[in-house]
Design a protein around this ligand. Structure first.
Ligand code: SF4
Length: 350
């Protein structure tokens, strides 16, 4: 349970921790020590902070709490994918997925509880939006998935994708703050090249990522390069059409020099026609891109179905004939509700 008279210490910056200590008659370097305990060593209790005096630890314990995620449910797929649902300190459920590979392991993590954007093919879009996740809640998912990869498969976590519940760019502070602690020297020290932010495309925030020096990779859930189709699948496209998105992506590429990844779920008769492939190839000429074609993991109640194998192949070949870099991705964890939002959605009691 949350203790309301105490503050979650992970909401404080390193500077704020230093000020706290100086205000209480300690040296500011204790702030740096605590910061490293929290973000480098993932401490969950003040009592383990062994380079602080007993009095300093007591002071922290009197004033602060460390909000943690607790494991609520876990499912392992036949293909080794592990889906974990976590409970937040205020009793909400979120989910993360470990996707193991031959010599790599990817953590797919959530950025919000529910989602406001209601994409029509998505399970999370049916979970009402509650709130943004904090930096600590995003970080804890990485720590838990990293540990799971070691325990189950003896593999170090190699990649992190913000592709779980929620639209990361609508939680800019939580996402940029968590990237800072995941990549920072006083945090986990992970290379930003191993982190991908996956968005449906919020143009202003894409520009902001580039302008504020965030150098993680960017994936855009495109799903169609025709406004009429895309607006049906991704309703926010009615507000920011493909042209506005294109300009933001060109800006991102100019500033960061990075290639953009397009995620494209292939849905039968909806966006898998060759006219859609041609539109995608034309749109992709505006910047360097890599296209991930993904088998749709059917979601109850949406009415969408995965594209058949022949159509998928024809779609891919058309893109390749236009010299696009294309990967075909199988769905992972199909037998365990591994489409985004499905585990947390089912776990909800209310
Ligand atoms: S696809 Fe992403 S942005 Fe769209 S509803 Fe699902 S979680 Fe939200």
């Amino acid at each position: 349970m949350m203790e309301s008279n105490k503050r979650d210490i992970r909401a404080l910056t390193e500077e704020e921790l230093k000020s706290f200590f100086t205000e209480h008659g300690y040296k500011p370097f204790h702030g740096k020590q605590v910061y490293e305990w929290l973000w480098k060593k993932a401490a969950t209790e003040f009592s383990v902070m062994s380079n602080l005096s007993k009095e300093a630890r007591q002071l922290l314990d009197n004033r602060f709490r460390i909000d943690r995620l607790t494991l609520y449910q876990e499912q392992t797929s036949r293909d080794g994918t592990v889906k974990m649902a976590f409970q937040t300190a205020d009793g909400e459920l979120i989910e993360s997925v470990l996707i193991p590979g031959k010599d790599r392991a990817t953590a797919c993590i959530s950025s919000q509880i529910g989602c406001k954007l209601a994409c029509t093919f998505c399970a999370t879009g049916k979970i009402p939006f509650k709130r943004n996740l904090t930096v600590g809640e995003i970080y804890d998912q990485v720590i838990a998935v990293r540990q799971k990869a070691l325990d189950l498969y003896n593999i170090s976590l190699s990649n992190i994708v913000y592709m779980g519940m929620g639209e990361p760019l609508l939680n800019y502070d939580g996402v940029s703050g968590s990237i800072a602690v995941l990549t920072g020297e006083k945090g986990l020290g992970i290379s930003p090249r191993r982190i991908t932010v996956s968005t449906v495309g919020i143009p202003d925030v894409i520009r902001k990522l580039a302008d504020q020096g965030i150098r993680s990779e960017l994936a855009v859930s495109l799903h169609s390069a025709l406004d009429a189709t895309r607006s049906q699948l991704v309703p926010i496209n009615r507000r920011y059409g493909l042209e506005t998105l294109k300009e933001a992506l060109q800006h991102f590429n100019r500033v960061t020099g990075k290639r953009i990844t397009f995620e494209y779920l292939l849905m039968r008769g909806v966006n898998d026609q060759l006219s859609e492939a041609r539109a995608l190839a034309d749109y992709s000429r505006n910047f360097p891109v890599k296209i991930n074609l993904i088998e749709y993991n059917e979601v109850e109640g949406t009415g969408f179905q995965k594209s058949d194998a022949e159509q998928t192949q024809a779609f891919k070949e058309l893109l390749e004939s236009r010299n696009m870099i294309v990967n075909l991705r199988r769905s992972r964890g199909e037998d365990i509700d591994a489409a985004c939002g499905q585990l947390a959605g089912k776990g909800k009691k209310s």
